[in-house]
Write a protein that binds this ligand. Structure first.
Ligand SMILES: NC(=O)C1=CN([C@@H]2O[C@H](COP(=O)(O)OP(=O)(O)OC[C@H]3O[C@@H](n4cnc5c(N)ncnc54)[C@H](OP(=O)(O)O)[C@@H]3O)[C@@H](O)[C@H]2O)C=CC1
Ligand SMILES: CC(=O)[C@@H](O)[C@H](O)COP(=O)(O)O
Ligand SMILES: [Mn+2]
Length: 396
């Protein structure tokens, strides 16, 4: 029996992870469930799963949850804030990192430092702090398993011990597949008019709103390119993005003898979650078997970097290195929030990111304090750019 902390239990990853965990009560025991502000959702999960701990973002919401649990005579202990998240992340054998955005960095790092088995969905944490994060994994002996569907697929296509560069294993390229998002065939003019609801309607995956917008701008693929560089010790030019609208091939590894290994499956996050939970064993994920006759065809295209500059910006940030990926990520988080709030348009997202990247000087990213300072600076600069765009739009 392994104890599990599920960071971001009320989200899309959290829901899929609970579905898999529930199928295997003999293997997994819930140590903690966490959320930010979804008190009612976390209450329902605590009533059902009775974890030892529940963590929320603020004191008021934690008091509300605690008193509701007492009314139901449930013994789950409730706490709040980043320190509490780090404690529950450090105290379970398995940690599912399913918080969205930079907020996931400190709890995920706490799990790394405690040498836990980490199932990483929170790609932003690795994008922000890649070198430091991987150094801490090596030092603590943590087992880092990718949940992101593409990275989990690549992991499955690589030799079991894949350390120290791809060439050593005869791997020439990683082929990172991208659905192309809901606006794959749109031109730049129509993109200017798209709404948050349209952007969040991903053609193949049901996900949280932030990652859905990232998929629509191709920033998700950019973040994933950076994520793949760190996870698989690859250089940006060893990674090729392939638009594959069906999302059936989840990614591939090309070898020097001409072989290309791929992992296929229905687009359902329970597959990578079950894979990483049980690795190196295999367990039931509750996922329908893939029916290739229904899929019928697999298409491939090159990404359109004119309409979707975010992929280019992320590649450039990785090549620049240091704090550039943290700046890219922070600016993107603010821009996506503004787009979802209706403050800026879809095509303004890359404008905000590129302008912020041009204004903040790159630094070495060896220290956490430096990374966090650049994250804060990029957020504040992104807000400035958004304000400037509003003035321009008002004719100022
Ligand atoms: N969804 C998917 O299929 C995939 C997701 N990912 C990655 O997984 C991560 C989670 O994505 P997804 O599940 O879609 O996101 P959701 O928005 O669905 O869920 C986010 C979760 O994080 C919690 N959360 C939000 N803000 C904070 C905060 N400031 N502090 C602590 N917790 C917070 C939310 O709590 P509350 O409900 O209270 O807001 C919720 O539990 C992202 O990094 C995403 O890129 C990667 C591959 C696939
Ligand atoms: C399920 C998953 O891993 C997402 O990151 C998915 O990849 C999004 O799809 P695209 O970014 O390819 O549209
Ligand atoms: Mn992905």
């Amino acid at each position: 029996m392994q104890t599990v902390t599920l960071l971001g239990a009320t989200g899309s990853i959290g829901t899929s992870a609970l579905d898999v965990i529930e199928r295997h009560p003999d293997r997994y025991h819930l140590h903690a469930l966490t959320a930010h502000s979804s008190v009612e959702k976390l209450l329902a999960l605590c009533l059902k799963h009775q974890p030892e701990h529940a963590v929320l973002g603020g004191e008021d919401s934690a008091h509300r949850l605690s008193s509701a649990l007492k009314d139901h005579d449930i013994k789950t202990r409730v706490s709040w804030g980043e320190q509490a998240l780090c404690e529950v992340a450090g105290n379970a054998e398995v940690v599912v990192a399913g918080i969205v955005g930079a907020a996931g960095l400190m709890p995920t790092l706490a799990a790394v430092r405690a040498g836990r088995r980490i199932l990483l969905a929170n790609k932003e944490a690795l994008v922000m702090s890649g070198a430091l994060f991987m150094r801490e994994v090596a030092q603590s002996g943590a087992v880092l398993l990718p949940l992101d569907s593409e990275h989990n697929a690549i992991f499955q296509c690589l030799p079991r011990e894949h350390r120290g560069g791809l060439e050593r294993h005869g791997i020439t390229r990683l082929l990172l597949t991208a659905s192309g998002g809901p606006f794959r065939d749109h031109g730049r003019e129509t993109l200017a008019q798209v709404t948050p609801e349209q952007a969040c309607a991903h053609p193949n995956w049901s996900m949280g709103r932030k990652i859905s917008v990232d998929s629509a701008t191709l920033m998700n693929k950019g973040l994933e390119l950076i994520e793949a560089c760190w996870l698989f010790d690859a250089t940006p030019d060893q990674i090729e993005v392939v638009v594959h609208p069906q999302s059936v091939i989840h990614s591939m590894a090309a070898y020097s003898d001409g072989s290309v290994l791929a992992q296929l499956g229905n687009p359902d996050m329970r597959t990578p979650i079950a894979h990483a939970l049980a690795w190196p064993e295999r367990i039931d994920a509750g996922v329908e078997p893939l029916d290739l006759f229904t899929v019928a065809r697999l298409d491939f295209q090159t990404p359109d970097l004119e309409c979707f500059p975010c992929l280019r910006l992320a590649r450039e940030a990785m090549v620049t290195g240091g704090t550039a990926p943290a700046v890219l990520n922070a600016a993107n988080e603010i821009a996506v929030e503004a787009f979802l709030a209706g403050t800026i348009g879809f095509n303004d997202i890359p404008v905000v990111v590129e302008t912020v990247m041009g204004r903040i000087e790159r630094c070495s990213a060896d220290e956490l304090d430096v990374i966090l300072a650049h994250d804060r600076q990029a957020r504040s600069e992104a807000q400035n750019v958004i304000n400037e765009l509003a003035v321009t739009a008002a004719g100022g």
